[in-house]
Design a protein around this ligand. Structure first.
Ligand SMILES: [Zn+2]
Length: 93
């Protein structure tokens, strides 16, 4: 059965952006603000949605039909939360 799958990209642009963001956190105050923004941006880039059938990128979890192979996602249950919540913990510290 076709479903939308989460795919993390640990080595990639999102990861590089997060490393840069972490370094900038120590450059108070402007770097801290930019750093937090980069961490949030990086976390979004790190997780992408793909079709379980063809592996192609899906624009959002609300998509009901794969644009590439026309697999039907509407019958499958909700996918897990998209955003890794460790970013919020970093900001809280
Ligand atoms: Zn597909």
């Amino acid at each position: 059965m076709a479903s939308i799958t989460k795919k993390s990209q640990f080595i990639g642009t999102g990861c590089l952006i997060q490393i840069l963001g972490l370094l900038l956190l120590f450059v108070f105050p402007i770097g801290t603000i930019i750093g937090i923004l980069l961490l949030i941006t990086g976390s979004r880039l790190k997780v992408k949605l793909v079709c379980s059938e063809c592996g192609n990128k899906i624009d959002g979890k609300e998509v009901k039909l794969c644009p590439t192979c026309k697999a039907d996602f509407s019958t499958t249950s909700e996918i897990a939360e998209l955003e890794p919540d460790n970013i919020d913990k970093i900001i809280d510290v």
